[in-house]
Ligand binder design. Sequence first.
Ligand SMILES: C[S@@+](CC[C@H](N)C(=O)[O-])C[C@H]1O[C@@H](n2cnc3c(N)ncnc32)[C@H](O)[C@@H]1O
Length: 274
Amino acid sequence: MLIRDHFQNFKTYQLPKAQLIIADVPYNLGNNAYASNPAWYKDGDNTNGESELAGKSFFDTDTDFRPAEFMHFCSTMLKAEKKNIKVEGEARQKGDAPCMVLFCAFDQQMYFIELAKKYGLNNYINLVFRKNFSAQVLKANMKIVGNCEYGLVLYRDKLPKFRNNGKMIFNCIDWPRDNESEKIHPTQKPVKLLETIIEIFTDEGDVVIDPVAGSGSSLIAAENLGRKAHGFEIKKDFHIKATKWIEENKLKRSEIKELGYAKTEISKNNPILF
Ligand SMILES: C[S@@+](CC[C@H](N)C(=O)[O-])C[C@H]1O[C@@H](n2cnc3c(N)ncnc32)[C@H](O)[C@@H]1O
């Protein structure tokens, strides 16, 4: 369910507590949102002079975003940790504590690590997402930009639920390209990447919350994996498109389950088949 409201108003909605909060916070890029993008210049060419996007932010919500309220939301909405119960013969109990995964800019990491501690999220590991492609920054001849995105796993005192199925999980993760999903949001995350993260930190039936859901990609990923997904998005336009995507994806999944194929999607491209 994607709610069109500020996450700050969460109390109105009585959401269940989350095993995982996954959030891609506005990068507070202010007036330089397009600094790594050729769109800063007319036709992406710096010899043409600046475009109307030069010196602009993506959205007004970027500057309005309040990190302390966000962290308060996360610490309130993450499930409580269970008390230790000694089980005879079991050397160490498996952790099933909740955690949050935060996508953020490289230079926001320390700020969020320190802020999280104030809300009881005392532990962290950083994440590096490695893209095999990069913004066309060198073409625009503006500034050097790397091919990585950054994030954090934040948790309280107990180890979070961790479903690695015996596999080694690295904190440097490949970033898959998402060529399948409709592009709804300028900072839309790939569904496959979100599925990878959600699979590691949750089980089927667990609750996943995204307080700043944008395109709804995290809700799609969570629902694809049988998790219960809830999110907030304040911008009307994104909310409309995200809700449509979530509904279409739901229909697709139910058709695949019932018929073995996505009838509505196939018939859109090949209307004469049905
Ligand atoms: C970085 S984007 C998220 C993109 C998303 N991860 C995706 O894959 O599409 C952050 C979103 O948070 C929304 N937002 C900012 N402040 C908000 C708030 N207080 N409550 C709800 N949504 C908010 C913005 O409108 C923006 O769409």
